[in-house]
Ligand binder design. Structure first.
Ligand SMILES: Cc1cc2nc3c(=O)[nH]c(=O)nc-3n(C[C@H](O)[C@H](O)[C@H](O)COP(=O)(O)OP(=O)(O)OC[C@H]3O[C@@H](n4cnc5c(N)ncnc54)[C@H](O)[C@@H]3O)c2cc1C
Length: 462
């Protein structure tokens, strides 16, 4: 059979025309390096856009967006591709990878960081730490700051300080019309509101200004237990989370490390149930709060003083691109029955990590200052992931994660966190009803032709 008959028709792009507009590069399917440049951080995602653009500047971004509109193409901005699994088909779409637009400027006086579009978290964390400051970074060192923050941004400090999107002071964005605008409380306040939690549907962000916090050290670490105690430990952890202060964040998690060289020797091929804890307070008080979990007799206890700049190690996220399949959702409750089902469907399944994080505290509190994500009512959030080095492994992980989610569906909140949703969800489930309708109205105004494609698109109203 002639393979070309199986290839879907694509819009031919005059890449030379586009290249003439750019300082950066535009690469098409027939160009050298195509298979490398179209990779996402998540290597299990096979991205096949019409072209990839690597902009060097906001001017390159604006030129690309204008070109796309003129040629009836769409633009999908991508920082790293951590969230690429939800993107779907990229036919007739330019994948705009911002990885060359790097840079962090810290202003210690105003405690803010100006961060360029392609910057990853470790770069901000380390730059802020030089001034005794902390950013509301997520668990992974190489997640993109912009993608994470536009989608909400759940850090280890969130129960005390709220989500990252609600600590943004300005966003520079190229809108679908090709204009570069600075949005903040005074300029384009509706667009500023939408970008803070509404995801990547509203323009291509070229830089973002984040508020930093004067935190240098936390009390954090992991209590490790044998996996055959998973149900007992997770039930004890769940009971313990009642009435904790907002300064304490914790995760109950099952880890099943595969026997591969990338996993360090002591835990390679081993499985555990762990509790990860982060305490923002006096050590002695942290020890007092952790006592019930320590009384369970962990085989290893790493909780201790930790520079905030080292917190990215806590979750043991991969530090380089990997092929992975995962998904998550919010939970309206976690009880013993759910934990039994959780353990039953995770232990022995091709799932590397399955976690339940406590929410509540500041992420549950509303404020008129907040962006598109005002507050999350769900008290817990869950996420499960496995390695997918081949499509067969990927299918097995997908089936295992889907079976787990189906089993715990009665506890799942109708509301989902955009950044933890790796499958396509109805946008209506990612926001409160009021936010969703306001986002749709803003999308219709700023991008009436739906040129900008997010991994979790918000459709324009009407
Ligand atoms: C290992 C791992 C750990 C994680 N830990 C956490 C965590 O602790 N807390 C948390 O909240 N989330 C976490 N996430 C989820 C992560 O925040 C999302 O996947 C997020 O979308 C990643 O952003 P990115 O830019 O790296 O990814 P990308 O896939 O590059 O971007 C995701 C989406 O963001 C939008 N976007 C990116 N850049 C731009 C831009 N310049 N302009 C406009 N839109 C843009 C686009 O819609 C894009 O599809 C984790 C994910 C992984 C894989």
């Amino acid at each position: 059979m002639n393979m070309t008959t199986l290839t879907p028709a694509r819009t031919a792009i005059d890449l030379d025309l586009l290249r003439d507009l750019l300082v950066g590069d535009a690469i098409g399917p027939d160009d050298e390096g195509w298979d490398e440049v179209r990779l996402a951080w998540n290597l299990a995602v096979d991205q096949r856009p019409a072209a990839v653009v690597l902009p060097e500047s906001a001017a390159d971004v604006a030129a690309t967006v204008a070109f796309a509109r003129e040629h009836a193409l769409r633009v999908a901005p991508q920082g790293t591709g951590h969230g690429a699994a939800a993107l779907g088909s990229l036919d007739d779409t330019i994948l705009l990878k911002t990885e060359r637009m790097r840079g962090v400027t810290i202003d210690p006086e105003t405690r803010t960081a100006r961060v360029e579009a392609g910057t990853i978290w470790i770069e901000v964390v380390e730059a802020a730490a030089e001034h005794g400051l902390a950013a509301l970074a997520g668990s992974s060192p190489d997640v993109g700051v912009v993608g994470y923050t536009l989608g909400g941004g759940l850090s280890w400090l969130a129960r005390k300080h709220g989500i990252g999107a609600n600590h943004v002071s300005a966003i520079e964005v190229v809108t679908a019309s090709g204009d570069l605008v600075r949005t903040d409380w005074a300029n384009e306040p509706d667009l500023f509101w939408a970008l803070r939690g509404g995801g990547g549907s509203f323009g291509v962000v070229t830089a973002i200004e984040l508020e930093l916090l004067p935190i240098e050290e936390v009390y954090a670490g992991i209590l490790w237990y044998p996996v055959d105690r998973a149900a007992e430990v997770l039930k004890a952890w769940r009971a313990w989370t009642d009435d904790l202060p907002d300064e304490l964040t914790s995760v109950g998690r099952i880890l099943q490390f595969p026997p591969i060289p990338e996993i360090p020797e002591p835990v390679r091929g081993q499985s555990f149930v762990v509790v990860q804890a982060i305490w923002l307070g006096e050590h002695a008080e942290g020890d007092r709060l952790l006592e019930p979990l320590r009384a369970l007799g962990p085989v290893l206890d790493t909780v201790g003083p930790t520079p905030v700049s080292e917190l990215w190690r806590l979750h043991m996220d991969p530090e380089q691109p990997v092929p992975a399949v995962g998904d998550g959702g919010m939970l309206d409750d976690v009880d013993d029955h759910l934990i039994d089902l959780f353990v039953e469907h995770v232990v022995g399944a091709p799932i590397l990590s399955a976690e339940i994080r406590q929410l509540g505290g500041a992420v549950a509190r509303r404020s008129s200052q907040h962006g598109a994500i005002d507050a999350w009512e769900a008290p817990f959030i869950t996420y499960a992931v496995g390695m997918a080095p081949t499509p067969e492994h990927g299918a097995a992980v997908h089936a295992a994660v889907a079976a787990l989610r189906e089993r715990i569906a009665p506890w799942e909140s109708p509301h989902t966190y955009l950044n933890f949703a790796e499958g396509r969800r109805s946008a209506a489930t990612l926001f409160s009803s009021a936010s969703y309708h306001r986002l749709r109205r803003i999308k219709a105004i700023v991008d009436p032709t739906d040129t900008i494609r997010s991994n979790h698109p918000v459709p324009g109203a009407g």
